[in-house]
Design a protein around this ligand. Structure first.
Ligand SMILES: [Mg+2]
Length: 234
C-alpha cells in the first residue's frame, strides 16, 4: 500500500496466525460438530468404523471415514462438510475479532512484516468474522485449500511459501498445540497464546518457543529481534 514502510526491526519476516481462539474468541462447540458428523456417517458406515476415529480431530475423521466408504461418490464428505459449514457459520454469527487484533495487524503492516492466517475452518467463516481481512492479511490457507491441515505442516508451508519468506523467518501464533506442532515440523518459530482454551503448561509441553497472553505479545517478539528460544538475541 504505502512505499515508505519502516524496515522490520527483528528477524521475523512473517507472522502466520491461527484464527479461532487467536484472532477471535473461540465459540465452536466441538462435541456438537462431532456428534452431527457421526450422525451423518452412520448412514454410510458401521459404528465400529466411526468408533475407530474417536481420537481423531473432526476433519481427519471425515477424510478417514470417506476413505472407508466403498463408492466413488463424495456424498458423505460433501454432506459432512456442508453440515460443518452450517454449524460454524451459526457459531460465528455476531462474532468479532478480538478488540486489539487490528492494531496488532496494523503494526505488522507498518513494519513491513507479512501476515497470514491458517485455519482448520473455512474461508466463508473467516471472511464472515473478518470482512476487511484483505486490508491486513497477505495470505490465507483454509481447509478449502488443502486436506492436510495443521498439525500437518503442509498448510503452514503453503502459507509461508505464499508469503515468500524463509521457514525460519516465520512465526506461527496459535491457541492450540496443533499450531505449535505444525510450526515445529516446518522449522518455523512458534508462539502459543492463552486467549483460547489451552494453558501455559500445554504450550510448554508442546515445545512452544514463546507463550503470550494474547497476540499483543507478537509486537514485542518482532520488535526485539528475538530468535528461537535457546538461540541468540541480536
Ligand atoms: Mg485455534
Amino acid at each position: 500500500m504505502s512505499n515508505n514502510r519502516r524496515p522490520a526491526t527483528g528477524s521475523v519476516r512473517a507472522v502466520i496466525f491461527d484464527f479461532d481462539g487467536t484472532l477471535t474468541p473461540l465459540t465452536l462447540d466441538f462435541s456438537l460438530l462431532r456428534a452431527r458428523v457421526e450422525q451423518i456417517a452412520r448412514e454410510y458406515v458401521d459404528q465400529d468404523i466411526i468408533d475407530r476415529q474417536k481420537d481423531q480431530y473432526i476433519l481427519e475423521m471425515i477424510h478417514a471415514i470417506e476413505d472407508e466408504i466403498d463408492q466413488s461418490t463424495a456424498s458423505f464428505r460433501d454432506r459432512a462438510f456442508r453440515e460443518l459449514d452450517r454449524l460454524e457459520i451459526e457459531a460465528c454469527r455476531n462474532k468479532e475479532l478480538y478488540p486489539y487484533a487490528r492494531a496488532v495487524l496494523s503494526y505488522l503492516k507498518e513494519h513491513n512484516i507479512r501476515a497470514g492466517i491458517i485455519t482448520r475452518s473455512s474461508a466463508t467463516v473467516i471472511r464472515t468474522v473478518f470482512p476487511d481481512l484483505d486490508q491486513y492479511i497477505d495470505a490465507t490457507v483454509t481447509r478449502d485449500d488443502t486436506r492436510y491441515v495443521k498439525p500437518d505442516p503442509h498448510q503452514l508451508r503453503m502459507a509461508v511459501e505464499a508469503l515468500r519468506v524463509e521457514h525460519a523467518a516465520a512465526v506461527i501464533v496459535g491457541d492450540h498445540p496443533t499450531d505449535i506442532a505444525a510450526g515445529k515440523a516446518l522449522g518455523a518459530m512458534t508462539a502459543g497464546v492463552l486467549s483460547g482454551r489451552c494453558s501455559r503448561t500445554d504450550f510448554v509441553d508442546a515445545g512452544a518457543d514463546h507463550v503470550f497472553d494474547d497476540i499483543r505479545g507478537v509486537i514485542g517478539l518482532v520488535s526485539s529481534g528475538a530468535v528461537r528460544a535457546g538461540g541468540t538475541q541480536r
